[in-house]
Design a binder for this molecule. Sequence first.
Ligand code: ADP
Length: 897
Amino acid sequence: MNEAVDQGHSRTPPGRLFRKYLYSIVTLAFAALAINTGFDVWFSYREQKQLLAATQREQAASAAIQIGQFIGQIENQIRWLARLPAELSTNEDERLNAIRLMRLSPAIAELTELDAQGREQVRVSRRIADRIGSNEDHSSSAAFRGANESLAYYGPVYFFGDTEPFMTIATRGIGREPNVVIAEVNLRFIWDLVAGIRVGNTGKAYVVDRLGVLIAHPDLWPALRRSDLSRHTDVRAALDGVGPPAGGLIKEDFSGQRVLSTYATVPSLGWLVFVELPLSEAYAPIYASIGRSTFLLIALLAIATLVSLWLSRRMTVPIQMLTQGARRIESGDLKLRLAIRTGDELEALGDQFNRMAAHLRESYATLERKVIERTSELEKARDHALAEHDAAERARSVAVAANETKSRFLAVVSHELRTPLNGVMGVLQLLDDGRLGEVQRRHLATAAASGETLIALVDAILEYARLEASTEALETRDFRLDQLIETAADLMRPQAFGKGLSFDLARDATVSTSVHGDPVRLNRILLNLIGNAIKFTPSGGISLSATAERHDDHALLRLVVRDTGIGIAPDMHERIFEDFVQADDSIARRFGGTGLGLAIARRLTRLMRGELTVESTPGKGSVFTLLVPLGHAASGVAQGAIAPPSRQRHVLLVDDDPVNCEVGEAILNRLGHRSAIARNGAEAVALAGNQPFDVILMDLHMPDMDGVEAAVRIRQLPLQPVPRIIVVTADVSRSTRERLAGAGITRVVSKPILINALREAIEDAPEPGATDAPLAPSALIDRHFLDDQKELLGALQITKLHRLLQETSEKLIADINAAAAAGDHKQLARYAHQLGSAASALGLVRLFDRCHDIELTAPSMSPDECQSAARELAALRAASMSALDDLLAPAEPRAVS
Ligand code: ADP
C-alpha cells in the first residue's frame, strides 16, 4: 500500500504549466530559427546581389577591353600605314600596303590615304574600285581635321545601307608633311562580341557610344534604329563619368522588365558596355534559398515542438505528481510515496517530499499516541470529577432533603403542636365557668398566657420556616406611610409608659405621603424593633425617627429606633440577626423570646430589598436602622379624600385599649359609618344583643373574655340582621387565623388599622340575609391555611392528604353514624375528635369547628341529638369535601364519578 502511488494514478491531463512550457519552448525555438533564417536570407541576398553585380561588371569590363583592343589594334595598323614616309613610297606601294592591311584586318572596309593637305592619294575599298592619286580634297572632313588635331580620330558610328554599323578611324603620320590615313571600320565584330556575351540565361549586354546612341545590341533592331539612350538616367550618369554602384543598379529595361544592370567604359572611345540580367533570374537562387530556409524552418519548428512537448511533459508530469501528493497529504493520506524517476532535481524533490510525508506520518503517530494518552488521562480526570460531582450531588441532595425534611418537620410540628394547643386553649377557656376560686383562676390565667406564648412561638417558627423556604411573597398595596408609623407608635407607647420609659416620635414631613409596599410586613418589622427596644431598656427611653427620601421611581424610607437600654456587645452585632441567636443566654432567662424576631425582621427587610443594621454600645443603648425602598402610590391615598361608602353601616368597635378605641372611632367616622364602642367582650355581647349592628370590629386580646369567645357568644344570639364579625389584630399568624376560623370568623384586619384595609373589609360585607351562606366554600375552608399548607408541603403531598382525608373522613362518618345509632357517646366524641383533627389538616374549619363542638357536647346529648349531630356532620363533611375538591381542582382534576 505504501508504494501504491503509481504514475498512472497521479497523471492528470496537461494543465497550465504544461501549456506554458510548450508555448515558451516552441516560441523560443521558432524565434531563434526565424531570426537565423532571416539573417541568412538577407545576407545571402546581399552577397548574391553583389556577386551577380561583380560578375556582370567583369563581363562588361572584359567586353570593354575587347572592344578597346579591337579598335586599338585597327588604330595601330592604320597608324603603321600613316607612318610610312610619303617620299619613300609610291602611291602604288601605299595601295599594296593598304590591300595587305585590309587582308590582315577583315573589319577594315576601306582605307583612304591623304597627304598633309588633305588630298586623296590612295583609296582601297572592299565595296568599290580602288582609286589612286585622285587628289580629291578631304581637308575639310572631320576625319582629316580630327586626325591632325589629336593623333587619332574616332568618328561616330554610322550605318551603311542601314544594315551594317561602321565607324571612321583616322590617324596621322609623323614628319614635316605627315599623311593622314582614314579607315572605315565595320563594327560587326563588336556586334558579334556583344551577342556572344552570355549574361545568365536571359541577360544581355549592349554598347552605347559616347553620345548615348545604342550601337550594339543582341537584338539587331534597337541598334539599327540608332536608339538614343542618353535620356535614361543611368546612361546619362554613366556618360557624365559617374561610376556604376557596387551592387549594381536595379531598373527597367526597354521591354519594361526589371533588371540588375551594370556597365564598363571603353577608355579610348568613351563608349559604355552595359550588362543587364532580369531580376527574376538574378534572384532565382535567392528565392530558392528562401524556400529552402522556410522548409528548414518548418521542419525545425516541428522538431522543436516535438522536443518541447517531450521536455514539458518530462517537467510537468513530476510536478503534477508532486501537486497530487501534496493534495493527498492535505487530505490526511500520509502513506503515499511518489515515484518520480527523472534522475534530476525533480527526482530529488520527490524524494524529499516522500521523506517529509514519512516524517509527518511519524509525527502524527506520536501526536495521536499523545492525544490518546492525554484523552485517557482526561477521561480518568473526568471520571474522577464526575465521581466527585456525584458525591457532591449526593451530599447536596442529602442536604436539600435534610432541609426539606427540616421545613416539613417544622411545618408538621407547628401544625401538630398547634392543633392540640388549640384544644388546650379551648378547654382552658371552658374551665372558667365562673365557679373557680381566685387561686385556680390565676393558675388558669397563667396556663392561658403560656399557651398564647407557645402559639406565638410556633407561629414564629412557622413563619421563619416559610421565609427559609423562600415561599413568602410580599403583598403590596398603596398605603399612608405616616399613618402606619403613627399607629405603630400609638400601639407600643402604652407598653413603654407601662415600664416607666419615655417614647419620642420624630416624624419628618417627608413621610406624610402615600407609598406602595407591603404595610403588614413593614409594620411587623417596626413593632419588632420597638418591642425589642422596650424589652431591653430598663430605664431611660425610646425614640423613633422616620424620614422618606424622595427619588424618581421610589421613596427611601429610613426608620431609626433608638434606646438607652442594655446595648449589645460588638461581636454580637451581626450574630443577633441569625436564627435563634440571643446576645446573652441570661437574656433568654430574663426577657424570654426566641431569638427569631430579628432574623425574621432582616429576612423580611431583604425581601423588600431593604437593609436592617444595628449600632450599639453595651450599657449605653442601641440604634437599629431600617432602610427600605418603597414605590410611589399609584393615585395617592389621600387622607381627606375618602370616597363615601356604598351604604352607611352601623359598626360596633370592641377594644379594651382606649387609644385604639379613639383611633378606631375616628377612622370609622372618616369612612362615613356610624360606630358604637364596647370596652370588653361582655359589653360587646350585651350591646350586640340590644342593638342591630352590621359589622362588629373585634379586638382579639382582651382581659376576661377574649375576642374569639365574644364572637362565639354573639354568634349564639338570635340576631337579625346577623352582624358580620371582623377581627382586628396584630397577630396575623396562621394559628390565630385557625382559631378564628374555628369560631366561624374568616375576616381579619391587621393592626395597626389601615384606613383602606378597614374600608375594604367593611365594604366587602355581604348584604344582610346573605350572611354566612352556610355552605359557601369560603366559610367551609380556610383558604389562607390551605395555601400555606400547599406552599409548605408541596402539591403532591396535598394531593395525598386530600385522598387520605377523603378515605378516612368517609370511614369516620360511617363510624360516627354507627356510634350515634348505638347511642355510644364516648365513641361519638372520639370519632368526632378524629374527624376534626383530620379536617383541620386541610383547613376544613367549619367541619373542624362542628366536630369540636360535638366532641365537647356529646356526653350530654340525647340519642336523637346524637343522630342529628351525626347527620349534620355527614352533610357538613360532604359539603366541605366538595368545596375542597373545587379548590384543589386546577392542580388535581376531579375524577368523574
Ligand atoms: P428575641 O425574641 O429573643 O428578642 P430577637 O431576634 O428579636 O429575639 O433578638 C435577638 C437578640 O438580640 C435578643 O435576645 C437580644 O439579646 C438582642 N437585642 C435585640 N434588640 C435589642 C436591643 N434593642 N437592645 C439590646 N439587645 C437587643
